[in-house]
Write a new protein. Sequence first.
Lengths: 254, 227
Amino acid sequence: MNLTLRIWRQKGPEDKGRMVTYPVDDVSPDMSFLEMLDVLNERLILAGEDPVAFDHDCREGICGMCGLMINGDAHGPQRGTTACQLHMRQFKDGETIDIEPWRASAFPVVKDLVVNRGAFDKIIAAGGYVTAPTGSAPEAHSTPVAKANADAAFESAACIGCGACVAACPNGSGMLFTAAKLTQLSLLPQGQPERYTRVIGMVDAHDEAGFGGCTNAGECTPACPKGIPLNTIGRLNRDYLAATAKGANNTPGS
Amino acid sequence: MTKTRSPIRSNVGLKAVMAVTGILLALFLIAHMLGNLKVFTGETSFDHYAHWLRDIGKPLLPGVWFLWILRTVLVVAVVAHIVAATVLARRARAARPVKYAHRKKVNGSYAARTMRWGGVIILLFVIYHLLDLTTGTLNPVGDASKPYGNVVADFAPERWYVTLFYTLAILAVGFHLRHGAFSAFRSLGQQTPRGERRARIAALIFAVLLCAGYLVVPFAVLTGLVS
């Protein structure tokens, strides 16, 4: 395959940045998208140019490190797939592919396609945990959990924190991430004691980081590589309104 | 961690404000539509109904008090709805300072994408509509004692552009409600996938019925069914 890539190049956080065109020949359709970028980078290095910086780690779709806006789709055209698991057979020979970083004020560009997703860490730090020491995995029968709750919590727990929901959202909202990290705890017995302080802390941290609000437009779920359902945000809304009505102290862990 | 803003000013709180005020306005739209349909019962009945609206609450409340209480509630709801929407829209804009060079719409429906500009169009229409059929300023008859005559004169065939504008505005309301009604349920905590399907279907049926109920009046006048 011969492709033309238009890639966002930005030397550092202060640089203005621009789209740069790179022709890439002899791409195997069996390569992953990141392997294709590796090939480009090897050629750039041989030519004495600066390679394209992009985030990646496990390359098996579970770490949440990779994240590219490919032709306007977060993680590319294939649903339920991270960029590292996307293969070049999804593209046509001779195609022009636009590659951009996630765009959000809460995710400043570090270099080229690498963004700082530290805002997600702040949301987790504001309540996305259980304070009680839980020790090793308990005996499954000791704490009964309704099957529907277990399934929904598991769906939420599949979130890898890649940021595709923010990238795809027309409002730059991180609500799907926040809701997933909230409901993986709020649906289970272990998450109950801090349920209402957690939601206020996490929504506060979400807003404070500069993410936009959810308008239920539904762009996030199709972009999510783990397919976290949109109704998860409804669970967050309900918990937040309940917490506000209860006048819960907003200090997480209190 | 200290509280950064009051809960109502959070992104979730503002959406709840939009949902509650939106529901109030939607309830008014239902009552207004049912009232409009009285036009098919004839001039005397329709005019009698319109005059009765000014007297609701009598003798408990003097004169047109009920009407002014209703108007106050509606104005507060409209202002709160618009203020919350504006704050959220400004935050959304600030949340993405650098736009994508290549962006396509993946999933969002036409209704969801046009909520903000659709809302602006509806606001402009409401201003025109009040000047037309409440104050009578822009109405060819504009006689407050003859509401039936005002309506018939408004949608006369030679004033086809008025009917066209009304039609477009009502369709804008329909699209706004199609997403808005579902979104209101979600903002107030609708949380199951099955409930989501039901809420979306209910919102669609509600929007279509409301559009049909409103549009049947101008088209009845246009075709001479009501004259």
